[in-house]
Design a protein around this ligand. Sequence first.
Ligand code: 5GP
Ligand code: MN
Length: 352
Amino acid sequence: MAIELKQYLDSEGLRQWHQLVDSAQHIVIIGHHGPDGDAMGSSLGLCHLFRSLGKTDVQVVMPSLFPDFLKWLPGASDVLLYEYRRAATKTVLAKCDLLMCLDFNSLGRLEELAGPVGYCQAPRILIDHHLDPEPIAELVISDPPASSTSEIVFDLIWQLGYFPALTRDAAACIYCGMMTDTGGFTYNSSRPEIYFIISQLLTKGIDKDKIYRAVYNNYSESRMRLLGYILNEKMEYFPQRHASIFTLTKEEMTRFSFKKGDAEGIVNMPLQIQGTRLSISLREDTEKPLIRVSLRSVDDFPCNKMAEQFFNGGGHLNASGGSLKMTIEQARQQALKALEAYKDLLSDTPAK
Ligand code: 5GP
Ligand code: MN
């Protein structure tokens, strides 16, 4: 079977892309709050590409700090972080003539940066893979079945004939986004197109094994011990529901010298228990009085529906999130309620 990548832009889309991008001189690329590997990888990948195409003023902006394990991404140190540099971000937004919105489907996902972006007059292009994108851009390129926004960015580069201009740095960023949104190609990653793209990225000289290590084998000792503590002392397992819940308080995070990103991936661990269908993580936010919720599932258990219904959030079928304005114990009760409400799906035959 010949592999053909998706062509997201029809003739009208192509016309719009060129109209918006070709004349743009001051481009801002924005990802979501709490940037993950895909938000960072897709944004920086596109930034490198635009620079290779001759754009001299391209700025990546994120609402908040990214985790340490993404520091190695080429260009990461030049990312403007709104939470620390509000005035500088507003200046950049004021003069930009194109706003690229990557890896989010509504301005709400920008949290405090939503206001300044809302005021920004520049036309917008949205590239994303979350369900139900809001009409927040002149050109919306949305594909929920895609593994990652980074994959869509690659498809666009391919369709637009920009692949020869893609540098090794850009390829590394795009690979990182695809890798992290699929848990190192262990979920949502069975479409052959993904491996065609990887083969093309490898021709740019990226070292995929090194990228894997930079992201996944880069923990501090205290983070490893935090993982052990959670699994040993905090994880509650509900065999009849094939589900797990754990909580994490600020006091516990302080005890384990918690740094941004240290919680990343821990919610996936309970899924390693045979037959587990759902894992719920409840974590006190380090700055705001709220509980950050992460949900992970396997097969067809709809995390996103549960996140919408119980945790003020949403996301993908197998990976969703949200937040609750309550105490950690109340959040735990809320999660127990969610397990009860979904008991028919959860008590079903165990995941194959
Ligand atoms: P994480 O558990 O890694 O924080 O988030 C997993 C996924 O859930 C994200 O990729 C995003 O799609 C979704 N998500 C996380 N937090 C929220 C939220 O507050 N609202 C919505 N709508 N989606 C969220
Ligand atoms: Mn993503």
